[in-house]
Structure formats: C-alpha cells, structure tokens
Design a protein around this ligand. Structure first.
Ligand code: NOJ
Length: 581
C-alpha cells in the first residue's frame, strides 16, 4: 500500500502548527498514485453537510461522523476516493465562505484545527483523500492584508491589491479607471475613502482581487499552500483560477451587444485569461508535485474548450461546463462528450461535473417539471452518465439521494448576488439563487429538520426531507442512493469505466445514447434512453453480454433482455451497463 511521504521542501518552511509535521499517510486507498484519474471526488458543502453541535450549521466533527457513509470500505458506503471541501476558513460570509479572511485558520463555526487534523487522519484511514478549496483570486475585505493595504499605501501590503486613482468626471465625480464590470453586478471598482483610491473586485466589493503581479503576494499564497500540504491535504480546487492575472495596463474591455447582464456585454479580454497565468501555474504545480499523489483542479471562469486544455497539466484538471449546460437529450450529452473527447484527445484528462454549489440540482435542471418518480428515474440515469463518461467524476453532496432545488423565499435568501439589487432588479435581471442547491443534507432517522440538526438550519430544509433522506433510501433497494452505491462500486471494479477509451455507438433512435468504454481486457457498453417511450437499439449479437447495472432493476439479472437479431429494449429513462463476455 503506498504511503504518503512528506517532501523535502516541507522541511524548510515551518508548518502551520507543530502537529502538522506528523500528517498521516493514506491507508486502504484503492488506486494509489492514480486515484485522481481512476477515483471519484465527492464535493462537501460544509455548512450543509452534517451538524454535530446542533447550531444549525454543518461542521468538521459532523463530517467526521459521516466518513463511514462516504467510504467504510464496504459496498454499503458510497466508496468515494476523495473529498473536496468548499471553503472552511474564517470568513465574514458575504459570499458564504468564498470571501476568506484568514487562509491559515479554520472558521470557528466549523471547528478548530484539531478537528481538521482529525478529519485528515480519519479520512486517510479510510482511503479518502482530502482536497481544499483555494480562493486565491481575491480575499475578504476583512483580511488583514486588505486592511493593511487600505491603511498604508506605502507599507508592506500597499501593493497587494489592484488600487487605482480613477478619473475626474463631471461635477467633481470620480470615475473608475476602466469599464470592467463585477460578475455579481455593478462596476468592478469600488471607491475606498480611507485610502482615497478605487480597488478592483471581480465579484463583490467585499471580495477585493489581489495583485498577482506582486511577487510578495505570490510568495505568501505559495507559503500558505505548502502549509496545508504539510498538514496532509492531498489536493486543491482553485477558484476562478484563470482570473488571477489582469492586463498590466488595466485596459477597458471591448463591448459586445448581446448579453442580458452588463457583465456579459463585454468581451473579457483584459480582466482575465492573461498569459502570465501559465508561468504561475507552472510554479504552483512544481510545488504541489513535490508532494506525492496530489492533484489539483482549476475552476475555469470561461467557457472555452481550447483554454481548458491549455491550462491542464499532469495531475492538474480543469473544470469546464460542457456537461452542466446540457438539457435532458441524448444528442446534447453525446455532443458534450464529443467536445470532451476532442479537447482532451492528445493531452490532459477530463473532469465529469454535472452539479456543484453554484448550479441547479441535477434532477431539477434535467427534469424541471417531473413528479418524484420521474425525477428519481432521471437522477438514476444521470448518475450513470456522471460515473461512466470518460474522466474523473465529481459528485456534489445530496445528488446521491436525487435532491431537487429547494425554493427559498425572498426574505430568506442568503446568496449575495441573488439578494443584490432588491426584488425589482431581480425580476428584470434574474440571477439564479444558489441557495436552492445548498440546502442541508437530510440524514433522516427521526430527528427534527430531516435529521440534520435540532437547531434551526442555516438554510431551509427541502420540503420532502422527511421522505427523501439517507435513512429512508438506505432501506429501499430501488432508491437513488442505492443506485449510486451500486454504480460507484461497479466503477471501482472495472478498469474500463475508469480508464477505458470512449466511443459513441450509432443508434437509430435520437432518444438513445449508447457508448462503449473499453480497455484491451474488457468492453463495457452503456446505454441510456432519454425519452418517455420504449426504445430499442441494435447490439452486436456476435458476442454475449452480461448486465452489470440496470436503473430499473436493482437486482440486475445476469442476462440483458436481448431479442433475436441483437435488439435491446430500454424503457423510458432506463439506463443499462452491460459487459461483453
Ligand atoms: C466561484 C465559486 O464557485 C463561487 O461560489 C464564488 O461565488 C465565486 N467563485 C467567487 O469566489
């Protein structure tokens, strides 16, 4: 079993605390160094996952209690290989944690550093790797660096953010230095009275962008990264990493005429995607690579396949949005898979992402008006896609029970961009309220609030939390949860589903997607019927096939129902995985 050796580099930099020096090795892992390619990453939104102290907010001790649910080494657990935690650092919460006030600490709402060390140890004991979310494009405005930078322009932090004087406008008004817009609405520049200058923010004014051209910023970030690696972290997700560098001269973006929101009515030539990023990535990767079996994934803040490939590197994946934007149609998913295949044909490795904390719940997006039964059928079929398309699957917490979006009334909305501008602006320029996909995990088992907490949950629970929860689905062999468990373990047993080539198999029906995953030793066919009527397709009858998985039959009989002449019939929203024998 491979154990994790600490790098020589770690000896030269003091760890975050003395205990960090003894970061525990990963035991019982299934795939060793190759876990990031063959395994499955589960995204935890910590506030909503598991609440150990009944204050209504999830925390690290709660997560530790649920590690056996995630992987206890048996097929009764999900059997995931890694966890990615959305930010757990102290934060005033303007962007619910994506505004970090101290990169080196744990937000007390989640616990203390000892809890984190225990989480590393307990995860590693179960063969689960741990990935943190690195939000390095911006800090919180409450970060000490920003406070110092505002206070003392000539001091050591004076140049750590993007400060500019702006221009004099009519009637003594001050105008921002250029036309850049904030992604969350309004100008990307906010005037600061204390410093007497504008500062730049891609997101909220409470999230000032750091100045990546300043070597001191770079060094501070890398020291922080090294600190977490020394503490036993196995990888990172990089928030909006292609926005780190801005044009050195801060030139205005060209305008475009189309686009609903002001941000979309610009060509973002100068406020992201600058060539200097490649140099930083190389430096970042060189550091991370000194720690064996680590992996990073960058969140692409653009929809550009060529860029996703360019920014990929060995053991560095890039999230792109091809699968997330597909409606429930065979052709759409086939096209998205094709784009991935084209993109990553020669280099890089795809990620398979169908939901996350910024997007609609999968079942609501793919089956917006469905009743519970249809919704669950779509959720099971979508799970098949998520776990069998070529690439590393990322699975967002709650998807495994077929969670749907939870409507949140206006006066309870927490998500900042959804609140900004008030009701009227919201009606005119609708912003997807991300709270809807962040509701607390219903564990069930009898307690109040779907078993999440006896305290008032920080966000409202799903209305069906008493019936759609882990305890209820655990007992139902046909549940979405048990479908995920079977699929995840199937994936773990079959190299073709992890590393095999992808080839679309032509079918007569536009409702059916069939593809093959193959290694030299095994051929697996995955077939999905997206339609609401029975559909048949031809399958090579020269070969015998064994059913490995069937969304409509938890007991998956060994022999698929292949009629004479090699026809296989799928019921509405049925997906099957079959193995050539
Ligand atoms: C992308 C994150 O996924 C999102 O949740 C956040 O609001 C922005 N980056 C800003 O950090």
């Amino acid at each position: 079993m491979p154990t994790k050796r600490r790098s020589a580099a770690s000896a030269t930099v003091p760890p975050l605390s003395p205990s960090a020096a003894s970061a525990p090795p990963v035991e019982n892992d299934r795939f060793g160094e190759d876990w990031w390619r063959r395994g499955v990453v589960y995204q935890v939104y910590p506030r909503s996952f598991a609440d150990s102290n009944d204050d209504g907010v999830g925390d690290l001790p709660g997560l530790i209690e649920k590690l056996d649910y995630l992987n206890d080494g048996t097929e009764h657990s999900l059997g995931v290989d890694a966890l990615w935690l959305s930010p757990i650092h102290p934060s005033p919460g303007f962007d619910v944690g994506y505004d970090v006030a101290d990169y080196d600490a744990i937000d007390p709402v989640f616990g203390i550093m000892d809890d984190f060390d225990r989480l590393v140890a307990e995860s590693h004991r179960r063969g689960i790797r741990l990935m943190l979310d690195l939000v390095m494009n911006h800090t919180s405005s409450a970060h000490r660096w920003f406070e110092e930078s505002r206070r003392d322009p000539t001091g050591p932090y004076g140049d750590w953010y993007l400060w500019r004087d702006g221009h004099a406008g009519p009637l003594g008004r001050r105008l921002p230095p250029n036309n850049w817009k904030s992604f969350f609405g309004g100008s990307a520049w906010t005037w600061d009275d204390l410093r007497g200058q504008f500062y730049m923010h891609t997101f909220l004014p409470e999230q000032p962008d750091v100045n990546w051209r300043n070597p001191a910023v770079r060094e501070a970030m890398l020291t922080m990264v090294r600190g977490w690696l020394d503490r036993g972290v196995d990888g990172f997700r990089l928030d909006v990493f292609n926005a780190f560098f801005k044009d050195a001269e801060l030139r205005s973006n060209p305008r475009r005429w189309l686009g609903r929101r002001p941000y979309n009515r610009q060509v973002h030539l100068y406020d992201k995607d600058q060539p200097e990023l490649l140099d930083f990535l190389a430096e970042f990767r060189a550091l991370v690579d000194t720690y064996p079996a680590t992996m990073t994934v960058g969140e692409l803040f653009s929809t550009d396949p060529a860029l996703a490939v360019k920014l990929s590197a060995p053991r560095h994946l890039v999230f792109d949005w091809w699968l997330l934007n597909q409606p429930w149609e065979a052709d759409g998913f086939a096209r998205a898979a094709h784009v991935h295949e084209e993109m990553f044909r020669d280099s890089g490795w795809p990620s398979v992402v169908m939901a996350n904390h910024d997007q609609s719940r999968q079942a609501s997006r793919l089956a917006p008006k469905a009743d519970a039964r249809t919704s669950d059928e779509v959720a099971r079929a979508a799970a098949v896609l998520n776990l069998t398309l070529r690439g590393t699957p990322f699975l967002y917490y709650g998807e495994e029970i077929g969670a749907r979006n939870v409507p949140v009334p206006w006066d309870e909305i927490i998500d900042p961009p959804a609140r900004r501008g008030g009701r009227l602006v919201r009606r005119l320029v609708p912003w997807w309220n991300r709270d809807q996909a962040r509701s607390p995990m219903p564990w069930g088992g009898g307690g109040p609030n779907g078993g999440f907490s006896t305290g008032r949950p920080w966000l409202r629970m799903a209305p069906d939390a008493e019936t759609r929860n882990v305890a209820v689905q655990d007992k139902d062999p046909g549940s979405v949860l048990n479908a995920y468990r079977r699929l995840l373990w199937l994936r773990r047993r079959h190299p073709a589903l992890q590393l095999g080539t992808y080839r679309r198999v032509a079918t007569r029906s536009s409702d059916v997607l069939v593809f093959e995953r193959a290694t030299t030793d095994e051929t697996i066919v995955v077939a999905l019927n997206f339609g609401s009527a029975e559909r048949s397709f031809g399958i090579r009858s020269s070969r015998r096939w064994r059913t490995l998985f069937d969304t409509h039959d938890p007991a998956a009989p060994d022999r698929p129902r292949i009629a004479e002449g090699g026809e296989l019939t799928l019921r509405p929203r049925q997906a099957m995985i079959i193995l050539g024998v």
